[in-house]
Design a protein. Sequence first.
Length: 191
Amino acid sequence: MSAAYPLEERAVWPAVPAMPPLPQGFALGRMSALDLEAVAGIEARAYSHPWTRGNFENSVKAGHLGLTLRDPAGTLVAYAVLMPVVDEMHLLNITVDPPRQRQGLGRLMLSIVLATSHAHRIHTMLLEVRPSNTGAIALYQAAGFAEIGRRKGYYPALGRTREDALVLRRSWPDDVAGEGKDGKEGGEGRA
Ligand SMILES: CC(C)(COP(=O)(O)OP(=O)(O)OC[C@H]1O[C@@H](n2cnc3c(N)ncnc32)[C@H](O)[C@@H]1OP(=O)(O)O)[C@@H](O)C(=O)NCCC(=O)NCCS
């Protein structure tokens, strides 16, 4: 399906993340208590094992970086939650409301998330994903993430079973020339 919101980064993900232009009328915000109802509603629609409203509340209170994306009507359509851990950014959640999926918003949100990490001077991102979540994996791979490990039985699955998590990572230089003064490109696997 062709994206409804074609963006510059669609063809090539930049070697160093840069904040993408938002489609006209869209607004990026910081997740607050006022967003929790809408966020939890999308979450319940999007996952078989969703985070609860309380999980998001705790996350916001813990100081995790929650980002929201609203369409021109002011409707919340996507969000992400990031947790900085020293020099790594953990992407805890990235979700597009199911009726708005496959329109380019996931790609947009992931670009925003990477650029936000870069703006915080954190140049390695880690995330976990279910091996069965082939759509998300395709998106992450296109964005330059690579598998660095697997956590056995990490996720609850249907019928009281468990599903592994793939651990994916992307690192990038801290400037365009790749000549950052801390020389962290690549990083060492320790997730
Ligand atoms: C994963 C998710 C964020 C992607 O958002 P999205 O808006 O649907 O993604 P986009 O439209 O930007 O698609 C970007 C690319 O991702 C891949 N992709 C996304 N969904 C896919 C699917 N269902 N099947 C196959 N590929 C898919 C494709 O490569 C796609 O590019 P294309 O449309 O040019 O083929 C969204 O599907 C979602 O919220 N899923 C439920 C929550 C979730 O699983 N989050 C990730 C947890 S680790």
